[in-house]
Design a protein around this ligand. Structure first.
Ligand SMILES: C[S@@+](CC[C@H](N)C(=O)[O-])C[C@H]1O[C@@H](n2cnc3c(N)ncnc32)[C@H](O)[C@@H]1O
Length: 226
């Protein structure tokens, strides 16, 4: 794989940021230093921990952090050079309630203790819409099982997507697992009381909205014992 000079510079800069974590696999399996200690040892407060999964450039994580200083936000993505964008803004603005982890969503259990996560956002995930790939979808039963291992009981999960197939698939999973659906809109920009969800736009949200795609949003409760 060809890696550009700019990507290498971003990887290097990420490693200097105290709020960016790029753990090696051996660090994860031997017991990640902040597992169970994000609030006490990193954020230095008892505020809720909110994850954005597949955060891309991280502008949503940063935007939420700016808007809600009473919560802690952690953006997660495998792509370090993308994540650099949000990490750099958080650094320039000295945001103490924002962090990023370069890892796979599949590794959450190695990064967080049971009950350590208070809320989850999934923003414009790769839809993985081929039937054979359902287990790779970030709202599949397999991923919900992973979230249950780190989330407090009755954690709220939010999804924003442009993809109708992915959105409808998620509604089916929620129904099949008997999870309470708190809100659902196939066109959040034309729904009442949507300001809180659309005031911060992700990179992909801007792209899709500009192409005329409707933006879908739902939130549901992740019961532990359903
Ligand atoms: C379509 S982009 C959306 C990025 C951002 N949320 C946005 O709305 O602009 C999907 C992102 O999810 C990340 N991603 C996909 N699968 C992942 C996984 N299993 N673990 C971590 N990141 C993942 C990709 O690297 C990519 O940055």
């Amino acid at each position: 794989m060809f890696v550009t000079k700019r990507k290498l510079e971003r990887f290097a800069q990420n490693s200097t940021f105290r709020h960016v974590f790029q753990p090696y696999y051996h660090e994860l399996v031997s017991g990640f230093k902040l597992k169970g200690k994000w609030k006490s040892d990193f954020f230095g407060n008892e505020n809720p921990v909110v994850l954005e999964l597949g955060c891309g450039k991280g502008e949503f994580t940063v935007g939420l952090g700016q808007k809600y200083p009473e919560k802690n936000y952690i953006g997660i993505d495998v792509k370090g050079a993308r994540m650099w964008r949000g990490a750099n803004t958080a650094n320039e603005e000295n945001l103490k309630n924002v962090a990023f982890i370069r890892c796979k969503v599949e590794q959450l259990e190695l990064l967080f203790s049971p009950g350590e996560v208070d809320e989850i956002w999934i923003t414009f995930p790769n839809p993985q819409i081929k039937n054979t790939a359902t287990k790779k979808r970030l709202t599949s039963p397999q991923f919900l099982k992973r979230y249950r291992k780190v989330a407090k009981n009755d954690t709220i999960i939010h999804l924003k997507t442009d993809n109708t197939g992915f959105f409808d698939y998620t509604l089916e999973v929620i129904s099949e697992e008997n999870l309470p659906l708190l809100y659902s809109s196939h066109d959040i920009y034309h729904s009442p009381d949507h300001e809180d969800v659309t005031s911060i736009q992700t990179h992909y949200e801007k792209l899709f909205a500009a192409q005329g795609e409707t933006i879908k949003y739902l939130k549901f409760v992740l019961h532990k014992n359903s």
